[in-house]
Design a protein around this ligand. Structure first.
Ligand code: FES
Ligand code: FE
Length: 423
C-alpha cells in the first residue's frame, strides 16, 4: 500500500515526517535496496592502509568488507567473503598481510585479491580456473582527497558528482594540514544505540538540541572560563548558519566558542599552549591567506554526507559512520583525524578534546545516545501520534538559515524520500 512518508509544503511552512519510517522493519528492507545499495558509502581513510599489506576489515552498509593496500601499492575494497563457500576470508580487525587464507578449506588469496592456492586443486578437474575465483572487488570504489567510498551500484554517478557541495567542506578539513595530509589517529571507538539510524543522521547536525541536551558540557566550558552566554534571540552562544550541499548532504557552520586545538586557544589548554597555537595560526595565515585561515581556525562545522557519514569539524575532527542492524538498533564507529605532522602536544590536545566531547565516554555522545534511545521508545506510539514536525525556519530564505533551524534535517529527509519513492 502506498504511503506518504513526508509532507513538504513550503507555502504553508509545513514539513512533517511520518514516524512509521523510524519504526517499521519493512522500511529498513526498502532502505537497504534503495539507499544502502545505491549511495556512495564511506569505507575508510588512506592513512589507515599506508603500507603495502595494511588492511582493515569493517562493515559498510551491512556488508563485511576488506579495505587493503596490495603489495602492488593499490588500495582496494573486497567483499570479505570466500569465493568457495562464502566464509569471511579475514576475521581479524586489522593488520598487515601478504595473503588471506580462508579458515574453512584454506583457499589462499594474495592481497591483490588473486586466488593463489587451493588445497587438493587437482580433484576439481579441468574446468576449474583460479583466475575466475579471486576475491570480489566492490562494484565501485573511489576516493576524494584520501577519504575512500564504495558503492554497490555499478551505475552510480561518479563519487565526485555524488559529493557535490560537500567537497568544499572536506577541503576545509584537509587545509588544516600544512602538507595536506591527514591521519586517522590510532584507536577506533565503537558503540551501539537502540535507535533508528536516521535519528543519528538528524542529530549529528541538529544544533537546536545542543543547549538543552548538552547542558553539562556547556556548564563545563563555562567553569573552564569559556564564554557560553547566549546572545539575545539566539539558542547558541554564537551565530551560525545551515546549508544544503546537494544530493542530501548538508552542514551547519558556527563561529566557534569551543576552541580549536589546531589554531585557537582555550583556557583548558593552559598558558603553555598559547605560543604553539599562535605559531599554528601564523602558518595557516601564511599558507591560506587571512580570510581562509580565519575560517579554518575560527569556525566549527558539522557535515553530513548522505546517508551515514558525519564529519564534525569542531574542537576536534571526528569521522563517524553507522549502519542499521535492525530498524531500532544501529552500530556506530568513530575516529579522530588530524594533520599527519602534528606536534605531540597538539595531538594530545586534539585527542583530549575528541574524548571529552564526541567520544562514547565524553560529554556529548552519552547525552545523544540517551536522547535518541528515548525518541525511539516514545515513537512506539506512532500509530496514534503519526507525524514529527521539522518545519523550523522553513519560511526563511536559504541565506537566512540559522544553525538552530531545521533546513539541514529537511535536506536529509527530502533526499531520503526521493530515493525511497523512486521506482
Ligand atoms: Fe573458503 Fe572453503 S569457504 S575455502
Ligand atoms: Fe548532540
Amino acid at each position: 500500500e502506498a504511503r506518504q512518508y513526508i509532507i513538504d509544503d513550503s507555502d504553508k511552512g509545513m514539513f512533517k515526517v511520518h514516524r512509521s519510517v523510524l519504526v517499521q522493519p519493512e522500511i529498513l528492507t526498502q532502505e537497504r535496496k534503495k539507499i544502502f545499495d545505491r549511495c556512495w558509502l564511506y569505507v575508510g581513510h588512506v592513512s589507515e592502509v599506508k603500507q603495502p599489506g595494511d588492511f582493515k576489515t569493517r562493515n559498510v552498509g551491512g556488508r563485511p568488507i576488506i579495505f587493503t593496500r596490495g603489495s602492488d601499492g593499490e588500495v582496494r575494497a573486497f567483499l570479505n567473503s570466500c569465493t568457495h563457500r562464502g566464509t569471511l576470508v579475514c576475521r581479524e580487525r586489522q593488520g598487515n598481510a601478504k595473503s588471506f587464507q580462508c579458515f574453512y578449506h584454506a583457499w589462499t588469496f594474495n592481497n591483490c585479491g588473486e586466488l593463489v592456492a587451493v588445497p587438493g586443486q587437482d580433484a576439481y578437474g579441468q574446468n576449474f580456473d583460479k583466475r575466475e575465483l579471486g576475491l570480489r572487488s566492490v562494484p565501485r570504489f573511489d576516493h576524494y582527497k584520501g577519504f575512500y567510498f564504495l558503492s554497490f551500484d555499478k551505475s552510480a554517478v561518479s563519487l565526485d558528482e555524488y559529493l557535490a557541495g560537500a567537497k568544499e567542506y572536506l577541503d576545509l578539513i584537509v587545509d588544516q594540514s600544512p602538507t595536506g595530509e591527514l591521519q586517522i589517529i590510532q584507536g577506533t571507538q565503537e558503540y551501539d544505540m537502540l535507535g533508528n539510524w536516521k535519528l543519528l543522521s538528524e542529530n549529528s547536525f541538529d544544533d537546536y538540541h545542543v543547549a538543552p541536551t548538552h547542558i553539562t558540557y556547556l556548564e563545563y566550558l563555562k567553569d573552564s572560563g569559556v564564554d557560553v552566554s547566549m546572545p539575545k534571540g539566539l539558542l547558541m552562544p554564537k551565530h551560525g548558519f545551515g546549508k544544503s550541499l546537494g544530493n542530501g548532504h548538508a552542514m551547519i557552520e558556527n563561529e566557534t566558542y569551543r576552541g580549536r586545538p589546531i589554531a585557537r586557544w582555550m583556557p583548558m589548554y593552559g598558558e603553555e599552549a598559547k605560543e604553539e597555537i599562535a605559531q599554528i595560526r601564523r602558518e595557516l595565515t601564511q599558507r591560506l591567506g587571512e580570510q581562509r585561515a580565519m575560517r579554518v581556525a575560527e569556525t566549527n562545522r558539522n557535515l553530513l554526507i548522505f546517508p551515514n557519514l558525519v564529519i564534525n569539524d569542531g574542537s576536534s575532527v571526528t569521522v563517524r559512520t553507522y549502519f542499521p542492524v535492525t530498524e531500532k538498533h544501529m552500530k556506530i564507529t568513530a575516529w579522530a583525524i588530524g594533520p599527519t605532522d602534528e606536534s605531540p602536544r597538539a595531538r594530545a590536545r586534539r585527542l583530549d578534546s575528541f574524548l571529552t566531547f564526541y567520544g562514547p565516554g565524553g560529554f556529548a555522545t552519552p547525552d545523544d545516545v540517551e536522547a535518541l534511545e528515548v525518541v525511539q521508545q516514545g515513537i512506539a506510539t506512532w500509530q496514534e501520534l503519526e507525524w514529527s514536525d521539522l518545519s523550523r525556519g522553513m519560511m526563511k530564505k536559504d541565506e537566512d538559515q540559522l544553525n538552530t533551524d531545521e533546513l539541514h534535517l529537511r535536506t536529509f529527509w527530502r533526499r531520503w524520500n526521493e530515493l525511497m519513492t523512486k521506482e
